[in-house]
Write a protein that binds this ligand. Sequence first.
Ligand SMILES: Cc1ncc(COP(=O)(O)O)c(C=O)c1O
Length: 363
Amino acid sequence: MRLRAAVSRMKPYVPGKPLEEVRREYGLDDLVKLNQNENPLGPSRRAVRAAAEALGAAGHLYPEGTARAFRSRVAELQGLPGAEWVIAGNGSDELFRLLAEAYLEPGDRVVVPAPSFSYYRFVAELMGGQVVAVPLREGAMDLDAMAAAAGGARLLFLCRPNNPTGGVFAEAAFETFLEAVSPDCIVVLDEAYREFDETPFDARPHLVRYSNLVVTRTFSKIYGMAAFRLGYGMAQPGLLRPLLTIRDPFSLNIAATAAGLAALEDAAHLERSVALVREGKEFFYRLCRRLGLSCQPSQANFVLIDLGRPASEVAEALLGRGVIVRPCASFGLPTCIRVSVGLPDENRRFASALEATLHFHQR
Ligand SMILES: Cc1ncc(COP(=O)(O)O)c(C=O)c1O
């Protein structure tokens, strides 16, 4: 069969091995999963209860696909004029894809940071976009270079804090950047990890002034709800309306939106998660200092560690010891691993596995 030209150029996404397979292959029962920046505390119990109740009451009915109640509550909490300023998605991934589907023609220029989250490039390539990658500066977006690359672009992605470096750009630089970019270029600010960020930054005031700005958030990270698939975007209604037109009418399920609404009210769960991550990162920094490894401060729930040697071999050795981390060759960082903060005991298991692996490799 003849494929669309854009699709024929794409390579399939290679997911990490399923846990079951790793268990079987390595004969391990007890795995420590630190490779996808999930919240090891899991979802709020209130969220799980709300999901179960929603399924019990209305699991047989098609969902109200625009998630109006969820969007209204988000708008209220975020100080936005109304639900039409919010779009909910089957994860923030769905929103990136809808933006590309709605706004890109083949050949359109799309600016992405590098290294960063790979899905930006994926959605751009899916629509036949011309991807321009702009290198980071000190682990964060180089806003000057990105603005310079944005000439003639239709779509531009920013990630703050950035995956996989955990770096952030300064709040003061953001307005200058927005002024420099043409209003014809949609600026997507992906804030998947914002709740872990300890630096001052708030993009919301800019939403009123800049009709080309979209800010996305997810329930997959701090809310511990990656399997539910729920994210949202905030922007002016005119920018979001076409996305509502083209979206799959039932991509949002009632378990996700009911759980999301409940999770928004559980501040204690968020506080516990933030504290856990802060302590875990301190533990990782101390470990790196002790082992003489370089590791930049991160504003997210993971750290990027430069091992100074091929990271895929180390990751494989860690896997043999029951610890799953993310080797970063696919980000263009072949000597780095990205390690998500786990429970204290999981972090300790990672530390001993890393120490044992590096010691073993040195001999
Ligand atoms: C920067 C960034 N944005 C978005 C996502 C995806 O979020 P979601 O699960 O809401 O699709 C991830 C997931 O790893 C991510 O790292």
